[in-house]
Design a protein around this ligand. Structure first.
Ligand SMILES: [Ca+2]
Ligand SMILES: [Ca+2]
Length: 168
């Protein structure tokens, strides 16, 4: 009887890790809107076969923030860095509702794009939440790199008519 009582107390605690699982997908340039299966990541809109630094994007930082809806200034309860320009991350946070904030960083960790906010994302216990983050495409002419290796970067390069040019 005593063992049974202990188990009855302990089992709910073991089962209730109070963690919610998530999957985050991001793609520079966005996703194809009509392909968004609930259990998987949508297809990237751009089919660009460039290595991660090729577009100046070196790191994607994902922050789960507990704070005002839509605001990234709050308690960061979970933060991960990811290499590569398109990607997927999965993980666990304490079950709750968060803002998901993402930043695309250059190799010297300068912020390349504005913070992308997915507000009020419910991450429930024993549930997988899929969040898609369409990170903005960073044109060659504002990525901080000398893409064509002529020793001139971005607006210093005469190939760039303005910073929206996709090719340096
Ligand atoms: Ca450049
Ligand atoms: Ca150049």
């Amino acid at each position: 009887m005593r063992i049974a009582a202990v188990l009855a107390t302990a089992l709910p605690l073991l089962r209730c890790a109070n963690e919610g699982s998530y999957k985050v997908c991001w793609s520079v340039g966005g996703f194809v809107a009509d392909e968004h299966p609930a259990d998987d990541c949508p297809r990237p809109a751009l089919d660009i076969d460039i290595a991660c630094p090729g577009n100046g994007l070196d790191t994607v930082v994902l922050d789960w923030v507990d704070g005002e809806p839509g605001v990234c200034a709050g308690e960061v309860v979970h933060s991960t860095d990811h290499a590569c320009r398109d990607g997927v991350a999965t993980g666990l946070v304490e079950a709750g509702t968060y803002n998901l904030c993402a930043e695309a960083l250059s190799p010297d960790r300068e912020r390349l794009t504005g913070v992308v906010v997915a507000a009020d994302v419910p991450v429930d216990q024993d549930d997988l939440v899929v969040v898609a983050l369409p990170l903005p495409f960073v044109p060659d002419c504002q990525n901080g790199l000398d893409d064509d290796l002529d020793d001139r970067i971005d607006d210093q390069d005469p190939q760039c008519s303005d910073d929206s040019d996709a090719a340096e």
